[in-house]
Design a protein around this ligand. Structure first.
Ligand SMILES: NC(=O)c1ccc[n+]([C@@H]2O[C@H](COP(=O)([O-])OP(=O)(O)OC[C@H]3O[C@@H](n4cnc5c(N)ncnc54)[C@H](O)[C@@H]3O)[C@@H](O)[C@H]2O)c1
Length: 298
């Protein structure tokens, strides 16, 4: 365990993970395995009950079922519906509550705004708050920062640390991905970035890439997700063409991917929403050509 590397004044070694879904619950197990005392927070009482019984409500995630069972048995993992109280006790708060797009393709912030209000109500001086949910560029610094400050009567940068770190792991192999991918981190200031880096060093073996700001770290995730969405659409086109020609699309794409510059793969269902995050959000600076393509449905 490397908790001693984490140097937040007046901190107890407790992490609150807000949102115990396909990503949040594996993260909670990962942190507990590295010696932290973890309280998972979720608005769904069935999720909370299941975790407290030592049983994972998420299936199909290697290592998760035994991880939840073992970490609850050691007393290092528990769950609650009371986010505010959990945050009051926490040195670190990790937020992985979903942000999606609505029927009009507008970004739907309601769930994460609610979580942010509950976090702000319990926030204590010296706490580190890190958002991991995929977000439009500018959201951590310009939307969540004022929400947290208003609810807590504390000032980010002076009284608490605030950072953004995109979750790059995918459900179905979260623990593998946590070992594999460098952790991208950006803070609202240098101290926040350094504190977030220290936390991740205590729970991950992967390298850490520090970006200049939370905006830059948010953009990293949108770049990789949009790239995946575009190559996924291209893979679909190639599959249609291969079908018409009577050739094996999977074999052809696999052979093409053996060249360094080809990375054509199918995407997951959530990937296709993230290009919309480049169109709406805190900044009104969409990528013009991308907007044209998405809006025209081509
Ligand atoms: N699923 C993936 O593969 C993946 C990969 C990379 C990043 N992400 C990011 O992680 C986010 C979460 O994804 P997920 O798959 O874990 O979602 P999920 O739907 O599996 O779980 C979300 C959990 O958050 C809870 N929740 C909702 N509102 C809440 C609130 N106000 N307070 C506390 N809990 C609340 C829900 O009850 C649910 O248990 C995504 O929006 C995305 O940004 C997901």
């Amino acid at each position: 365990m490397h908790i001693s590397m984490f140097n937040v004044p007046n901190s107890s070694p407790t992490v609150a993970v807000v949102g115990l879904g396909r990503i949040g619950l594996p993260l909670a197990v990962q942190y507990a395995r590295h010696g932290w005392s973890v309280v998972g927070c979720d608005i769904n009482p069935h999720v909370v009950e299941s975790v407290n019984d030592g049983s994972s409500p998420i299936l199909g995630e290697p290592e998760l079922e035994t991880g939840v069972l073992n970490m609850v048995a050691t007393g290092r993992l528990s769950a609650t519906v009371d986010t505010t109280e959990a945050v009051r006790q926490a040195a670190v708060v990790i937020v992985v509550v979903p942000v999606a797009v609505d029927a009009r393709q507008e970004v739907a912030f309601a769930a994460v705004d609610n979580a942010t209000a509950a976090i702000g109500a319990g926030l204590q001086p010296g706490t580190l708050v890190i958002y991991e949910t995929t977000l439009p560029v500018g959201t951590t610094a310009r939307r969540f920062r004022p929400l947290l400050e208003r609810a807590s009567h504390l000032q980010a940068g002076r009284d608490f640390y605030l950072a953004y770190s995109p979750e790059r792991a995918s459900s179905g192999h979260v623990f593998r991905d946590l070992r594999l991918y460098p952790k991208v981190v950006g803070g609202i200031d240098e101290q926040s970035a350094a504190t977030a880096r220290a936390f991740y060093r205590s729970v991950l073996e992967a390298d850490i890439l520090t970006m200049a700001s939370t905006d830059e770290a948010e953009f990293v995730k949108l770049v990789e997700a949009t790239y995946r969405d575009v190559t996924s659409a291209l893979a679909d086109e190639f599959a249609c063409y291969a079908g018409a020609c009577g050739v094996d699309a999977a074999a052809t794409i696999a052979a093409a991917n053996s060249q360094l510059y080809s990375h054509i793969h199918g995407g997951g269902p959530c990937i296709s929403v993230y290009p919309y995050f480049l169109l709406t959000g805190v900044f009104d600076e969409p990528l013009p050509q991308l907007r044209m393509l998405i809006r025209s449905g081509t």
